[in-house]
Design a protein around this ligand. Structure first.
Ligand SMILES: Cc1cc2nc3c(=O)[nH]c(=O)nc-3n(C[C@H](O)[C@H](O)[C@H](O)COP(=O)(O)OP(=O)(O)OC[C@H]3O[C@@H](n4cnc5c(N)ncnc54)[C@H](O)[C@@H]3O)c2cc1C
Length: 358
């Protein structure tokens, strides 16, 4: 039987990875994205925190090796620090539940790492830094020759009939029909709200990329504190604002009650999120870029089938790497092809997952 066509709307981390998954399995794929949308695309710090402080719902043990290019990987000690006793208690709870070599640093060890925060977690040795964006750009270059690439205009809306998407209307008025057996995957990250209501809040996070020699090297490759982060890649260093961000987009009102527990968090109403980073690294001027993470109330992704031929994937929060996990790709494929009865990433899931990081 011929394989159904997959129409992928949005070619960020999810769209590029899932398109690659389907192309490798000989599904015909069409991709809709445009350079104009680049301003919405999320730019990850680079943490492949496959183990450390991960929720059980996205942790598969034992972790299988990922099929990712080695030249984008940086390995070495990675440390997460906090001054919050509450957060450190959550870490201890996580360390008791999971088989991991992650551990809290002693005071002496923290000093050797030149780290002065109160509580410090040395990440699991399965974790590493990965240049997500470089990898995505390479994937896109390959996909452009392997798929139908529709990049003249953004997707505007779907045209529905009898619970079935019949076509995709682009901003420039162009209309693309959807074949009878085809499936549509909507993965536009923080832009999902323009297509349908989802329980997702937008938090804007600031970052800055500097040349490698602008910042002194340290005994670690990555360090994340309450108000700053640093990631040492092979050719550059990336600075971020830790847990500090600005709430820039509220979820639809019907989902507000799901978000009460974190909307009061002070770190999401930060006016000067870059101050700590600039002072710490003695950066003279404030030329930070920003992008918006899409966060669900329990920090787990949404993988939602809608009607007969739409699947929505969004809300990957701070763990976009989840889309590289083979079990997650299989799960998304099964939802798209409607070959699954149990889907723990539905919008209306009934459990509360604990986040051990935030
Ligand atoms: C500052 C920051 C740091 C992060 N750090 C990490 C980290 O260290 N580790 C980690 O695992 N995760 C991290 N994340 C999370 C990770 O970046 C996201 O989870 C991941 O990018 C989500 O992928 P996505 O494909 O859903 O969205 P995106 O990667 O944002 O892609 C969405 C795509 O949709 C396209 N698009 C938008 N609107 C339209 C439209 N109308 N029509 C067509 N296309 C459209 C955009 O052009 C874009 O290509 C971070 C996020 C941020 C913001």
């Amino acid at each position: 039987m011929p394989k159904p066509k997959i129409h992928v709307v949005g070619c960020g981390q999810v769209g590029a990875t899932m398109s690659n998954y389907f192309v490798n399995r000989h599904f015909p794929v069409s991709i809709y994205d445009t350079k104009k949308n680049a301003k919405y695309a999320q730019v990850p710090w680079g943490w492949m925190r496959r183990m450390s402080l991960q929720q059980m719902e996205r942790l598969q043990l034992p972790l299988c090796p990922l099929d990712l290019p080695q030249n984008h990987i940086s390995q070495g000690p990675m440390v997460i620090s906090t001054s919050s006793e509450l957060r450190s208690e959550k870490w201890k709870q996580w360390l008791r539940t999971v088989h991991t070599d992650a551990r809290l640093l002693t005071e002496k060890e923290a000093q050797d790492f030149e780290i002065h925060e109160k509580y410090n977690l040395l990440c699991d040795s399965h974790d590493y830094l990965f240049d997500f964006n470089q990898y995505k750009s390479e994937l896109i270059r390959t996909l452009q020759s392997q798929t139908e690439w529709i990049d003249k205009s953004s997707a505007k809306r779907f045209v529905w009939k009898n619970n079935f998407i019949q076509g995709i209307l682009l901003e420039n008025g162009q209309y693309h029909s959807i074949e009878d057996e085809a499936q549509v995957l909507l993965c536009v990250g923080n832009q999902t709200k323009h297509f349908l209501p989802v329980p997702v809040a937008g938090i804007s996070l600031q970052y800055r990329v500097v040349p490698k020699d602008a910042i002194p090297p340290k005994p670690y490759i990555a360090h994340w504190t309450d108000n700053r982060s640093i990631q040492y890649f092979n050719n550059y260093v990336k600075l971020g604002c830790g847990m500090n961000g600005t709430l820039t987009s509220l979820p639809p009102m019907k989902f507000w009650s799901n978000f009460f527990h974190f909307l009061w968090k002070q770190n999401y109403s930060w006016q000067n999120a870059t101050t700590a980073v600039r002072e710490h690294w003695r950066l003279d001027h404030d030329s930070f870029e920003s992008c918006q993470v899409d966060i669900t109330p329990d920090f787990l992704p949404i993988v939602q089938p809608i009607g007969k031929n739409l699947t929505v994937v969004c809300g990957l929060s701070g763990s976009g790497f989840t889309v590289y996990e083979p079990w997650f790709q299989e799960h998304v494929k099964n939802v798209i092809l409607r070959e699954i009865s149990e889907n723990r990433f539905r919008i209306d899931r009934k459990f509360e997952a604990t986040s051990f990081l935030y």
